[in-house]
Design a binder for this molecule. Structure first.
Ligand SMILES: Nc1ncnc2c1ncn2[C@@H]1O[C@H](COP(=O)(O)OP(=O)(O)OP(=O)(O)O)[C@@H](O)[C@H]1O
Length: 262
């Protein structure tokens, strides 16, 4: 794409390289996750997906390369700064507060955003902010189908429901770009489909962007608008799900497994 017509909406990664000692985990990878779409990042085990995800969320500093969010260079921002810039993430391990209710876990997502990096502000938040938190929490509980479980402690939930609470927490934050880290992990196929449908609905209604790092090909192929494929740290292919499914290069990377036939 030429400079003048370059689309900088959403998340843009240019020339990302991450080295761990002598091991190049990600090698000059570039991709774009625009607003209003679901972009998938896939690849076989060890391809560099998690490393790329961590570089985007700010947990890892790239060896070289830049990360931009809606035209702003966030490469050197710490994770909290990226969150304030509009970048939200879920966690594969879902660090929910087990003794707090579903509702409290979700509302913490918004309170953290409202209060920025100063926890004292949460204690001093004015009534208008508290009302905003309550309303946003209600909306998210509804979108995620969690209204009936609102009073349950998060620790008592199934993995499927915990994933939805984790999603709800990041949705409550009102971020413009969501990084989803292996959200189907531990879910059965019905739960995965339900999760995917909620993500699609959120993107359609809010116009936010999503970068989905995921093993589950059925989920990736069904909800992503566009895919990037990593192998041994290099971006070997990009295209629509149909193009990825038809790609010999991608099949070879997956060693001819049925993974891309989902
Ligand atoms: N902290 C680290 N120190 C050294 N090497 C690492 C580190 N993290 C990842 N690697 C290496 O970087 C490469 C990419 O790993 P990464 O976890 O990003 O791949 P992945 O695509 O997420 O794999 P998986 O699908 O198995 O989770 C691998 O060779 C891995 O061993």
């Amino acid at each position: 794409m030429t400079g003048n017509h370059r689309d900088d909406s959403g998340l843009r990664v240019d020339g990302l390289t991450v080295r761990f000692g002598g091991n190049t985990a990600v090698d000059n990878a570039s991709f774009h996750a625009p607003m209003g779409t679901i972009t998938g990042l896939i690849g076989p085990n060890g391809a560099g997906k998690t490393t790329t995800f961590n570089a985007c969320s700010g947990l890892l500093r790239p060896t070289t390369g830049t990360i931009g969010l809606s035209g702003q260079d966030i490469t050197r921002q710490p994770p909290a700064g990226r969150a304030r810039s509009g970048l939200g993430r879920t966690f594969q391990r879902m660090d929910l507060f087990d003794s707090l209710t579903v509702q409290q876990n979700v509302s913490l997502g918004l309170e953290a955003r409202v209060a920025g990096s100063n926890p004292l502000k949460q204690l001093l938040s004015p009534p208008a902010e508290r009302t905003a938190v309550r309303n946003a929490t209600e909306e998210v509980l509804d979108v995620c189908g969690l209204t009936g479980l609102r009073a349950e402690p998060a620790g008592s939930l199934s993995t499927g429901h915990r994933r939805l609470v984790d999603l709800g927490r990041v949705l409550a934050g009102g971020f413009s770009l969501l990084l989803l880290d292996e959200p189907s992990s531990g879910l059965d196929s019905a739960e995965t489909r339900r999760f995917g449908a909620i993500v699609q609905r959120v993107v359609a209604e809010r116009g936010c962007g999503v970068l989905l790092v995921e093993h589950d090909m059925a989920l990736v192929m069904s909800i992503c608008d566009y895919l990037y494929v990593l192998d041994f740290g290099e971006m070997i292919f990009e295209g629509t799900p149909a193009e990825v499914r038809a790609s010999e290069v991608v099949r070879a990377a997956y060693l001819g497994s049925e993974a891309v036939d989902a």
